[in-house]
Ligand binder design. Structure first.
Ligand code: SF4
Length: 324
């Protein structure tokens, strides 16, 4: 039992993370749940809504993405949305119970000419009493500071996988570039949302390595989205094999144990999860989900399905930091 009671060390190593990952499943989940309860109410789940503010036509070649212009995925590209439309959608999401609003643009990085619009979106969503999050690709220190000054709470920038596996999925930028943006965002005082994707052909060791990288950032991310790949027809990973659900739950538990204070989010891929698998993920320490009909361009379970599962499990939505 000794291993069960040991706390993760300040610096997690891949060796000790692997030992934790390979604990008997019940011991792993028990440990994750114990740690989860030290920080969080185990019966509340944070709900985020994601809106694609600029879809498709992206210059990057991320092998999992429907929005890359490198693959014939059939997705129609659109321009950056108008601020008023974004705010109307955000208001609706707030009235539906979402407390965080995430705005995503399919860009390598934003251009200077887009910054005024982005700033207006952040200010407008914040004024609705919601937490704000953006994902816009790579950010310079200057762009990070402008968004921080507008009131951006979170910036999402996933490291996707391990450093070793990264070049097999993306060649238009390097793992180091991701870490640099995370550092720029953090230095500007924005909270960090960073996670990855399972099911791209990576090994379990790659998944562990990814979590160890996140856990060892100078400051751990406040949010850690764990996506299950949705194979996109036409993309490089169109025929990727499905992730073993038990391995997925183990990865959630390890994320919870290595990053006790982070919101661990079930992101893309929840459409393909059974209710039972989602319930196991919540027990393993996941405490955030995306709600809404579309998750950028992939299907997300319809909202009433989420509400039904919440009812069956006795889960409550987590309140926003900005609303009573
Ligand atoms: S994941 Fe983001 S950066 Fe990569 S192709 Fe898709 S939209 Fe572009």
């Amino acid at each position: 039992m000794k291993q069960l009671n040991e706390r993760p060390s300040a610096v997690s190593t891949e060796a000790n993370a692997t030992i934790i990952y390979n604990l008997p499943f019940i011991d792993l989940l028990f440990r994750a749940q114990q740690i989860h309860r030290e920080t969080f109410d185990p019966n509340t789940v944070q709900m985020s809504r994601l809106l694609s503010i600029k879809t498709g036509g992206c210059a990057e070649d991320c092998g999992y993405c429907s929005q890359s212009s490198h693959y014939p995925t059939g997705l129609k590209a659109s321009k950056l949305m108008e601020v008023e439309r974004v705010l109307a959608e955000a208001r609706q999401a707030r009235d539906g119970g979402a407390t965080r609003y995430c705005m995503g643009a399919a860009w390598r990085s934003p251009k200077d000419r887009d910054m005024d619009t982005l700033v207006a979106m952040v200010e407008g969503v914040r004024a609705l009493g919601m937490e704000t999050c953006m994902t816009l690709g790579m950010l310079t220190p200057e762009h990070s500071q402008r968004l921080a000054a507008a009131g951006l709470d979170y910036y999402n920038h996933n490291i996707d996988s391990s450093e070793r596996f990264y070049p097999e999925i993306i060649t238009t930028r390097a793992f180091e570039d991701r870490l640099e943006t995370l550092s720029n965002v953090r230095s500007a005082g924005i909270k960090v949302c960073a996670g990855g994707i399972l099911g791209m052909g990576e090994t379990v060791a790659d998944r562990i390595s990814m979590l160890v990288t996140l856990a060892n950032l100078p400051e751990q991310p406040e949010s850690v989205p764990i996506n299950m790949l949705i194979p996109i027809p036409g993309s490089k990973l169109a025929n990727a094999a499905a992730v073993d659900p038990i391995d997925f739950v183990r990865t959630i538990a390890l994320a919870r144990i290595l990053m006790p204070k982070a919101h661990v989010r079930l992101s893309a891929g929840s459409t393909d999860m059974s209710d039972e698998m989602q319930a196991l993920c919540f027990f393993a320490g996941a405490n955030s989900i995306f709600v809404g009909e579309t998750l950028l361009t992939a299907d997300n379970p319809a909202e009433d399905k989420d509400a039904m599962l919440f009812r069956r499990l006795g889960l409550q939505p987590m309140a926003s930091e900005y609303r009573s």
